[in-house]
Design a protein around this ligand. Structure first.
Ligand SMILES: [Zn+2]
Length: 313
């Protein structure tokens, strides 16, 4: 059975695993992400891969990196949360490990993992939307990962949905991820709690003050019927549905997969997303409705997807 290593390179930790052909993770290795230099990051990735390769007959290594990866899947052009600038990551790691290496954008790798082994199994056209700090986007069309001409495609979170809207970390204003993400959920809950504390009684009981509200508070309070928390979920659900309807107008996917930290609370908002999506979809009533599903693989999707992309390299 062909085994490959998948590596999820985050801002704080490097999660590596040996993945089988059926998507099962059979071994893992974890390293902290060295913040100081690209050389140390490459060495930490290689160190974990060498450890795993000593225990299993692996064929290749797939790296999922949070950044802009070039179309040859070799160079990380820019990573907002790591020290990479025009970083030849593929070459560095391949030289250290002595195995073939491919580099993929982490959201693309996540989408691929869900398409192959998770909520997108059996589909051919899939759009994955991961709600966390921002929105991670990945698109599979006709069974192929869509990367764009220069590898920069599927940055769905940076569609401008509100002209002159909230500032985004990317430098623009009004990006989708400012309205439909984990951060947007928390921001809205804080605003609601500050504006009308009476509507946020349970939320404020959990958090103490509006500024201390975190995502788990919003989820827990919403489950207990807290009006401010439910309103925050409704806000995110509405904007999420609008963006999905816009994406359907362009891509016509068979299903959307909603992942990221917020998807753990899918039962609190996905029904509204489905209803709002159906109400806003162009051509509604005369076309099939795409499925809108919660992701199934959780945080492992990126590792599993990276490993599979290395196998199919
Ligand atoms: Zn943006």
């Amino acid at each position: 059975m062909a085994l490959t290593i998948g590596v999820d390179i985050g801002g704080t930790k490097i999660a590596s695993g040996v993945v089988a052909e059926d998507g099962r993770i059979i071994d893992r290795a974890l390293r902290p992400t060295p913040a100081a230099s690209p050389e140390l990051v490459a060495e930490a990735i290689a160190d974990a891969a060498i450890e795993l390769a000593a225990r299993h007959p692996v064929e290749a290594v797939g790296l999922g990196a949070a950044g802009f990866v070039d179309e040859t899947r070799s160079i990380v052009r820019f990573a907002p949360n790591l020290v990479w600038r025009e970083e030849p990551l593929r070459k560095k790691v391949a030289e250290l490990v002595g195995l073939p290496v491919v580099v993929e954008n982490d959201a693309n790798a996540t989408a691929w993992g869900e398409y192959r082994f998770g909520a997108g199994r059996g589909e051919s056209h899939v759009v994955c939307v991961a709600l966390g700090t921002g929105i991670g986007g990945g698109i599979v069309l006709g069974g192929e990962l869509y990367r764009g001409r220069w590898g920069m495609g599927a940055e769905l979170g940076h569609m401008q949905v509100v002209p002159g809207g909230l500032p985004c970390g990317c430098g623009n204003h009004g990006c989708w991820e400012q309205y439909a993400s984990g951060n947007a959920l928390v921001r809205e809950a804080r605003v609601n709690a500050a504006a009308d504390p009476a509507s946020a009684a349970r939320l404020l009981e959990l958090a103490g003050t509006p500024d201390a509200v975190v995502g788990q508070h919003v989820t827990d309070a919403a489950r207990e019927g807290d009006a401010a928390a439910l309103a925050a979920f409704a806000f995110v659900a509405g904007w999420l549905a609008q963006g999905l309807a816009d994406l359907a107008a362009i891509l016509d996917p068979g299903c959307f997969i909603i992942g990221g930290g917020v998807s753990g609370a899918a039962d609190l908002f996905l029904d509204q997303v489905r209803a709002d999506y159906a109400a806003r979809l162009t051509g509604r009533g005369h076309r099939p409705l795409a499925g809108i599903r919660a992701a199934e693989l959780g945080p492992a999707a990126g590792m599993v997807g990276s490993a599979d992309l290395a196998r199919l390299r």
